[in-house]
Design a protein around this ligand. Structure first.
Ligand code: F6R
Ligand code: MG
Ligand code: MG
Length: 377
């Protein structure tokens, strides 16, 4: 039988109110569309949810990654939800629908995509992470910790099936290049790149050759679509998603969610222009409020049984993450006190894709050349 594919495809097709949440009617139409597709056997199973203002479609099927029919299903679902968003005059209706017509693959059209294909194991748990008000590089730090940091993942040290480490596929999203690197052998080189998270992003993580899990089957995949590259201007942050498979030769579920006990600084937040802490939240709190944030991450845990989704469990709905939440509002307070000053506001080069250049343009002609003034003296 063909392998199983999990496809997580998301888009902001209208916020409510502003950029806070997704209206229940948009989720309703998405559920209707996907249940029709389930009846027609295009997909095996699905789960529809939202993280902040992003509508999230989690689907299982046997058509592989980049399947035209699955991408078209997601595209048509977002288009149908956009029609309702427009009718209700929701905010930014159709925001991530950046192209007029579907052209075979949803990549490069606005929505974010993460997909993994694998032979279903005896038992197969996985986590879908969803972030709002931030960019794909926000996953660099947690992915590194999960798959390469022995202080996070005990299995790297004490489990012979994890001990060899993992392989990272890193994308240079400015130059459109990729490199595959091994941990722990090339740890310092990996960190040299992925620390620059607005440019180098982890796209996939693979088991190493000889691992219990086939080396070609990605253990993790992150959506790396950059909206400004597609739209040519700022239209909102990319709000990435990730799928991470767990257990039996892969990091344990608890190791996979452990990095989120530290609310690391990510860029995004208000107007996609600020650094702030990422707060782990349950579904109820997956709504960006304060200063359009702070950026949030939600984690749903599933088992898969012949393509059927068992779950989810709302993994951050747990007092074990209260400390991270407290820390993140403390850090949010501290960062906010900087107002329009860096490093709360992003550095100038990252502001290139925001609305700031529009303000700077106005001042352009008023600048006087200091060297010329000196020569005249
Ligand atoms: C961040 C985001 C919001 C908006 C902000 C201004 O990703 O989407 O913070 O940038 O609310 O929105 P506009 O310009 O639409 O009024
Ligand atoms: Mg929005
Ligand atoms: Mg969003």
């Amino acid at each position: 039988m063909a392998k199983i594919t999990i496809s997580v495809i998301k888009a902001d097709v209208g916020g409510f109110p502003g950029h806070v949440d997704v209206h229940p009617r948009l989720m309703e139409i998405a559920r209707k569309r996907l249940s029709e597709a389930k009846k027609k056997k295009t997909i095996i199973d699905f789960y529809v949810t939202h993280c902040g203002d992003d509508l999230q479609l989690i689907m299982t099927h046997r058509k592989g990654v980049d399947s035209q029919s699955i991408h078209k299903l997601a595209w048509d679902t977002f288009v149908a939800a956009t029609a309702i968003a427009k009718e209700m005059k929701l905010y930014g209706a159709g925001q991530d629908i950046l192209k007029d017509a579907f052209s075979g693959n949803i990549r490069g059209m606005g929505p974010g995509i993460a997909e993994v294909e694998f032979e279903e194991r005896k038992s197969d748990p996985f986590v879908v992470f969803m972030m709002d008000k931030t960019e794909p590089g926000a996953f660099n730090l947690p992915m590194y910790k999960i798959f390469a940091d022995p202080f996070n993942t005990a299995g790297l040290v004490i489990d012979p099936t994890c001990h060899a480490g993992f392989r990272f596929e890193v994308w240079d999203i400015l130059e459109h290049k990729k490199i595959v690197m091994d941990a722990p052998e090339e740890t310092y080189d990996i960190l040299a790149m992925i620390g620059a998270k607005s440019r180098y992003v982890i796209k996939r993580v693979f088991p190493k050759p000889g691992s219990k899990v086939p080396e070609k089957e990605a253990a993790a995949c992150i959506s790396t679509e950059k909206l400004y590259e597609i739209a040519g201007e700022y239209v909102g942050k990319d709000d990435p998603v990730a799928i991470v498979r767990c257990q039996s030769g892969l990091p344990a579920l608890g190791e996979v969610i452990e990095p989120f006990t530290f609310p690391h600084l990510v860029s995004g937040w208000m107007r996609g222009s600020h650094n702030g802490p990422i707060m782990p939240v349950d579904q109820k709190h997956a709504r960006c409020t304060r200063f359009d944030g702070p950026p949030r991450v939600m984690a749903l845990g599933f088992q898969i049984a012949d393509g059927d989704l068992i779950g989810p469990v709302d993994l951050f709905d747990d007092p074990a993450f209260d400390g991270a939440r407290t820390k993140s509002w403390e850090v949010a307070d501290y960062m906010r006190r900087h107002g329009p000053f860096e490093p709360h506001r992003l550095p100038m080069e990252d502001m290139e894709y925001t609305t700031l250049p529009g303000v700077m343009k106005k001042l352009h002609d008023r600048f006087e050349d200091l060297d010329k003034i000196e020569q005249k003296k």
